[in-house]
Structure formats: structure tokens, C-alpha cells
Design a protein around this ligand. Structure first.
Ligand code: SAH
Ligand code: SF4
Length: 427
């Protein structure tokens, strides 16, 4: 059971917590800054060519060529575009850049997990004209490499166990900013065709980043237009080339947008369920007060294209004495009956001031056994990147404080606490 002080802190927090801190904000963009062509949709890229005088007739072909260099080859310089004429290359270089967001730091875990602190270009008063920082985590596995990306800086929602929810600065990431997290990862890993001898990054099987999960900062369905644009660019077969069934979007349950994600994004869906009763879910995921469990599960049943090969992932964070009883496990199985589902049990990742503790390991095992006996295989996520604090719900702000300490510990060959739950959302 949770201790009395945990319980009291928890109740006090939930009694006052509103569903949302502030409305979403869009980046304003600073006037006068050259625009980067990285991460743009095909339509936007064509617009940019028309804007520098390329004729409508020529723009389709030119956009295709430039698209190839930017999104397939990972070009960082217009000069590399050997099939683009000298004049156009000069015009492009005058008006635009191929800049990516800046990688402020990289941490590499002993298990191969890498975490990058990425600074976006400044967009205005929301980031004090300095550029917002987000984190991006790469988790290599034996048969896949998963990149965990953010959809917002911070999050307007206020889930009581999530550190991102306590962050003050909140803004939507633009479509190109979302895509550029994949571009940065490919740059850092050398995951572009021809860069690693013996590795054929031109083919899906040869790539290091094979899967994307939207499980970093932010609520993707509160930024759906930009997320949909990003899905289109990341899954383009002539560009970044990740199949949509290897891209998983995780939501806390924005019911009215779930159908649109399926119909227009055709991505895999993950639901942050975390509780099987409304009273508790209202407290853990306050958005539940607006969209309760029954409504959420109805939207899941209606998700387009579901089958045993295309299941919804239900995430369930293990909170000691809160949601981890045998009865909770049995109710979870009952609730999900009839939905093609996978269940990911996530060990809670504590942060300073959090009002919860992670369930004990034998409790997690017992819970997972009940779920397993109901037919759901391997539900507990393996802790990854423990030594570099690559943690769900703990990205960026926590690391910022602990960065120096973590680096010191790493240099000493010691581990800092904290783990990342390697997503098993898609294969
Ligand atoms: N906003 C979206 C996606 C980002 S959060 C969502 O809520 O689904 C990604 C996952 O990390 C969610 O399942 C979230 O509940 C989980 N998470 C947040 N804080 C956590 C913590 N401290 N420990 C473990 N998992 C956490
Ligand atoms: Fe936002 Fe997801 Fe964290 Fe909830 S769990 S506060 S929705 S990032």
C-alpha cells in the first residue's frame, strides 16, 4: 500500500489540479529568419520553390529532386544536389537553409540507448527567443531501433504522475520540428544511405531507426494537424521511408480526435489507460473527467483498420498501492475484451516531488501474470538507458537539472538512477 504521506499528497494534488494548465499555443516564427527546408511537406516544399521564381510547370520535378536530397539522402548542403542546376542551387541557398535543430548534448547509455537534447530554432516570446529544448531518445534492439519523439514542448495536460505535465513552458511543435527529430537521429547515427559501410540504409531492413513512438513530451492529439503532416513526411516511401505501421502515436485519451488519427494518419495507436475505474483515472489522467473510460474504449473499438496484426497498445504505469492490485489486473483484462490489444506495463519512473512510488517487482510480476494468463504476451517493458535518465515523463526538465551529475557518473562508469521503458508498441 502507499504510505499515508504519499496518499495525502496525491489527494491534495488531484483536488486542485485542473484538466489543463493553459490553451495550446502555436509557434509564431521569428520574422526575417531563413526557413529550413528540412521536414516540410511536399506541398510546402513546392510552395517554397514557387516563391523563389521556379515556374509552376518546373516546380513538380524540382520539388521531387530536392525532396530526394533532403529526405532520402539527408543532404546538409545545397551543393550536394548534383542534378540541380547551378543557378537554382544558388537561389535556394540565398533564400533557404537545410538547417536542423541544434543537438546540444548527447548521452549514450551502456545498453546503447542514446538521448539527445535538441534545441529548436527560436520562435518568439514563448521560448524567450532562445529556442525551446526537447529530448529525443533512440533505443536500439535486436530486431529494431525505436525513436521516441515529442509532439509539444511540455504538455497542457496535468497527469498527476507525469513530470512533463508540471512544466510551465508549453507550445506545439510544428510539423517540420517533429520530423526534424528523426532527421537529427539519422544524422547522429549516420543512418543515411551510403554513410555506414556494409549497412544499406537505403532499404528498410538496413536502417537503424525502424520505428517511431510519439511517447516523448506532449499530447499528440492536441497538435494533430502538425502530427499528421509529420506522419506524411516521415512515412513517404521516396523520403524518410518509415512505414506507418511502424509509427505509434500515444494519447492520454483525446476521444474526439482518435478517429481522425486513424482515418488520416493511419498510424498505430497507443492509449495511456493507467486505471480501470473512472474515479482513479480522473485523478491520474484528469482528461478522463471530460472523456471517461467507456467513451475512450468505444473510440478504440471504432479505430479504423484494427486486426490481430494491427492492435492497440494500452499503456499502464505501475503505481504502488494505487492501480496495481489483482482486481485491477482482472478488470483490465475484462475491459479490453474484444479489442485487438497489447498491454505495456510501465514501471513508474519517479521524479523529485512526485506523489507516487513504483510498484514492487513481485507485484508487477503478479499483475503481469494475470494479464499474461488472459492471453497478452510479455507485457512489462524492459528498463533501458538507466544510466542516462532516458525516462518516460521525465524528458528534458529533469535531465536538465541532473545533466551534469549524470555525465559525471557516466564518466566514472557509475549509473545514475532512472530508466526508460523501451516501448514495445509496434513491430
Ligand atoms: N501525452 C501522451 C504521450 C506522451 S507520454 C500520452 O500521455 O500518452 C508517453 C507515456 O509515458 C504515457 O503512457 C505516459 O503515461 C507515460 N509516463 C508519463 N510519466 C511517466 C512516469 N513518470 N513513469 C512512467 N511512465 C510515464
Ligand atoms: Fe501530457 Fe502525456 Fe504527461 Fe499526461 S502523460 S501530462 S498527456 S505528456
Amino acid at each position: 500500500m502507499a504510505t499515508a504521506s504519499f496518499d495525502t499528497a496525491r489527494r491534495a494534488a488531484s483536488a486542485v489540479s485542473p484538466i489543463e494548465k493553459s490553451p495550446d499555443v502555436q509557434p509564431e516564427g521569428l520574422p526575417g529568419r531563413p526557413v529550413s527546408l528540412v521536414g516540410l511537406t511536399r506541398a510546402d516544399l513546392k510552395e517554397k520553390l514557387l516563391a523563389i521564381g521556379v515556374t509552376e510547370r518546373e516546380s513538380r520535378m524540382r520539388a521531387g529532386q530536392i525532396w530526394h536530397w533532403v529526405n532520402f539522402r539527408g543532404a546538409t548542403d545545397f551543393d550536394a544536389m548534383t542534378n540541380v542546376g547551378k543557378g537554382l542551387k544558388a537561389d535556394l541557398a540565398r533564400a533557404y537553409t537545410l538547417d536542423r535543430p541544434e543537438v546540444v548534448s548527447q548521452q549514450v547509455s551502456r545498453d546503447g540507448t542514446r538521448k539527445w537534447l535538441v534545441r529548436m530554432a527560436p520562435t518568439g516570446k514563448h521560448d524567450h527567443n532562445r529556442g525551446a529544448e526537447i529530448e529525443c531518445v533512440y533505443i536500439p534492439g535486436p530486431d529494431r531501433g525505436t525513436l521516441c519523439v515529442s509532439s509539444q514542448v511540455g504538455c497542457t495536460l496535468t497527469c498527476s504522475f507525469c513530470h512533463t505535465g508540471t512544466q510551465r513552458l508549453v507550445r506545439n511543435l510544428s510539423g517540420p520540428e517533429i520530423v526534424s527529430q528523426l532527421v537529427v537521429a539519422r544524422d547522429q547515427l549516420g543512418d543515411w544511405p551510403g554513410l555506414i559501410p556494409g549497412k544499406d540504409a537505403a532499404s528498410e531492413a538496413g536502417r537503424l531507426v525502424t520505428n517511431i513512438v510519439f511517447m516523448g513530451m506532449g499530447e499528440p492529439l492536441y497538435n494533430l494537424d502538425n502530427v499528421l503532416d509529420a506522419l506524411g513526411v516521415m512515412s513517404d516511401a521516396e523520403g524518410l521511408g518509415l512505414s506507418r505501421r511502424r509509427i505509434t502515436v500515444s494519447t492520454s485519451g483525446v476521444v474526439p480526435q482518435i478517429g481522425r488519427l486513424g482515418a488520416e494518419g493511419n498510424a498505430m495507436l497507443a492509449i495511456s489507460l493507467h486505471a480501470v475505474r473512472d474515479a482513479l483515472r480522473d485523478e491520474l489522467v484528469p482528461l478522463n473527467r471530460k472523456y471517461p473510460i467507456a467513451d475512450l474504449l468505444r473510440a478504440c473499438r471504432d479505430y479504423p483498420g484494427l486486426s490481430n496484426a494491427r492492435r492497440i497498445t494500452f499503456e499502464y504505469v505501475m503505481l504502488k498501492g494505487v492501480n496495481d492490485s489483482d482486481a485491477d489486473a482482472r478488470e483490465l483484462v475484462r475491459l479490453l475484451k474484444g479489442i485487438p490489444a497489447k498491454i505495456n506495463l510501465i514501471p513508474f519512473n519517479p521524479w523529485p516531488g512526485s506523489a507516487y512510488e513504483c510498484s514492487d517487482w513481485d507485484r508487477i510480476e503478479r499483475f503481469s501474470e494475470i494479464v499474461f494468463n488472459a492471453g497478452y504476451a510479455s507485457p512489462v517493458r524492459t528498463p533501458r538507458g538507466r544510466d542516462i535518465l532516458a525516462a518516460c515523463g521525465q524528458l528534458k526538465s529533469e535531465t536538465e537539472k541532473l545533466r551534469a551529475r549524470a555525465r559525471m557518473l557516466m564518466e566514472d562508469g557509475l549509473g545514475a538512477e532512472g530508466f526508460y521503458a523501451a516501448p514495445e508498441a509496434n513491430d
